[in-house]
Ligand binder design. Structure first.
Ligand code: SAH
Length: 258
């Protein structure tokens, strides 16, 4: 028997200011079962025990709600880039059923899991997109169409912002879940953020006692339209992250008072 004590989930969610009713708790139980079943065939998660799944996946995913404006939670368009087994997008959708959710996932087997999961949980208004973000971001049906882009464990920040910012409407925001020592990444991403039409808005610390290690939400506002040339072709954002041009870096280093 799977040990699925829903109280732990309810308590954790209430620490985040979220109330989960019986239908939502049932959906989380079903999510856990489906994940554990599929994980024997498709590599989706390293943890399958209920307690571990609920802290490292479900509650960790729900922490993004604290950086999402209320009006978006009541019906905005949200995109999860590199969603894998559905994190953080699907737990957010269970807790806030009114959002219109799109999940982008490059790997076919994971996208197949997501499609199955959405049906199992009876979720409405969820689009599973088996595509690479670099390609999808140039499709006018998705470019600059979202209020919020989410990403967890997708890539280091300079790559992550190139893979996500072009999906966001001006006025919207990117919420990237980061853990551990992300400050060097954050510094390195300043140039990409500016090139893509973003502005670093804030870093929100995440406080959930059951999660080990420091966590934070890196929030980037979309302040102007992303130039058409971004994102660059598939693979480039990861292989050659957008860093300041060498000349500018050398110039900065050479100028003693810069
Ligand atoms: N967000 C999930 C999965 C993280 S693993 C979680 O936190 O558990 C990163 C996922 O992003 C993988 O499933 C991988 O297939 C997907 N991915 C990586 N690069 C991508 C790209 N350029 N476009 C779409 N998906 C991508």
């Amino acid at each position: 028997m799977l040990h699925t004590d829903a109280r732990l989930l309810q308590q954790g969610a209430s620490r985040l200011g979220l109330r989960l009713g019986e239908p939502e708790l049932a959906q989380f139980r079903r999510y856990h079962q489906t994940l554990a079943e599929w994980n024997t065939r498709v590599n989706l998660t390293s943890v399958t025990e209920w307690d571990a799944v609920l802290t490292t996946h479900f509650l960790d995913s729900l922490t993004v709600a604290q950086a999402i404006p209320e009006r978006v939670l009541r019906g905005g368009a949200v995109l999860d880039v590199g969603s894998g087994a559905g994190f953080p997008g699907v737990p957010l959708k269970i807790a806030f059923p009114q959002i219109a959710l799109s999940l982008v996932e490059a790997t076919g087997k994971k996208a197949a899991f997501l499609t199955h999961l959405v049906r199992e949980l009876g979720l409405r208004n969820v689009l599973v997109l088996n595509a690479r973000a670099e390609d999808l971001a140039h499709d006018p049906r998705h470019r600059e169409q979202y209020d919020i882009a989410l990403a967890r464990a997708l890539a280091p920040l300079p790559t992550l912002v190139e893979l996500t910012l072009s999906f966001i409407k001006p006025g919207g925001r990117l919420i990237a879940q980061k853990k551990g020592d992300y400050l060097a990444e954050l510094d390195a991403s300043a140039y990409a953020v500016q090139q893509l039409g973003g502005r670093l808005e804030e870093i929100q610390p995440v406080d959930l006692p059951t999660l080990s290690g420091a966590r934070a939400l890196v929030v980037v506002s979309k302040v102007s339209s992303t130039p058409d040339r971004y994102p660059r072709r598939s693979g480039m954002p990861a292989h050659r992250p957008l860093l300041p041009p060498r000349a500018a870096r050398a110039g900065l280093e050479a100028a003693p008072h810069a």
